[in-house]
Design a protein around this ligand. Structure first.
Ligand SMILES: Nc1ncnc2c1ncn2[C@@H]1O[C@H](COP(=O)(O)OP(=O)(O)OP(=O)(O)O)[C@@H](O)[C@H]1O
Length: 237
């Protein structure tokens, strides 16, 4: 069963990387939980462990110890095959540098990702929702950074995933374009009730979140629930 109130739970998660003789403790006992439908912002300085948390949550990396539950299932117990299926079916990713396939046009990029998903949405409709109905035949190189990120968000949303995970989604964009991308993510969260998790350095956008998770030196520094969250249009930075 996937649609449970407590959608995500990290329990005592650690992550160690080893490069030769050097051991790096990226996560050191991470505990937090996220409910269905939340907009979550993960904040922290460089190297704090934000991307490691997101990558473990998205099944792109595995925990060294501890448990990660998503929709009641322990994803740390998944074998390679189950983890691949989880990544493909349940998770939509949005990266800082869009990661679109350069020789596919906007529509093909969205269709290509969505086709493998059982309950995928119509690629054209989603591209229309992100305001790119006139650009569907354009290749990534013919689109601006903000437009490419809209395609990347459409690609993630069209999969109809359980979670939308975004790693510095506005990191490569100017202020106005970045704000419009955040507005799009906010709209997606409100309209689809999908859980959206955004990793960022931008502390200002904390006020648009339901929950703000602060990470420090591989540990959770604080988890704060926002009782008066703001629309992204009201936030300045
Ligand atoms: N594949 C890897 N191999 C070795 N060390 C890694 C690897 N990935 C991350 N690390 C290390 O783990 C720690 C946490 O990295 P992580 O990327 O999660 O931090 P972050 O908070 O996302 O930082 P940033 O904001 O700079 O992206 C860092 O010390 C980093 O160097």
């Amino acid at each position: 069963m996937w649609a449970v109130e407590r959608l995500i739970e990290f329990k005592g998660v650690t992550k160690e990387y080893r490069i030769g003789d050097v051991q790096i403790q990226a996560l050191n006992g991470v505990d937090f939980s996220i409910s269905s439908g939340e907009f979550v912002v993960i904040l922290g300085t460089s190297g704090a462990g934000k991307s490691t948390i997101l990558n473990i949550l998205g099944g792109m990396d595995t925990a060294t110890s501890g448990r990660v539950f998503v929709g009641g299932q322990d994803i740390t117990s998944f074998n390679e095959k189950k983890l691949t299926e989880y990544r493909a079916q349940k998770v939509g990713f949005v990266f800082q540098f869009y990661n679109l396939i350069q020789n596919l046009n906007a529509l093909e990029n969205v269709e290509f990702a969505a086709e493998v998903c059982k309950n995928h949405l119509d690629a054209k409709e989603i591209l229309q929702k992100v305001g790119l109905q006139h650009r569907i035949k354009n290749f990534p190189s013919q689109l601006s950074g903000g437009e490419q990120q809209r395609v990347a968000i459409a690609r993630a949303v069209a999969k109809n995933p359980l979670l939308l995970l975004c790693d510095e989604p506005t990191g490569a964009l100017d202020y106005v374009t970045g704000k419009s991308v955040l507005k799009l993510l906010q709209d997606v969260n409100r309209e689809t009730k999908k859980c959206v998790v955004v990793v960022t350095h931008n502390t200002a956008i904390a006020s648009m979140a339901d929950t703000v998770i602060r990470v420090k030196s591989g540990r959770i520094d604080s988890v704060a629930r926002n009782h008066h969250k703001q629309n992204v249009e009201e936030i300045e930075w």
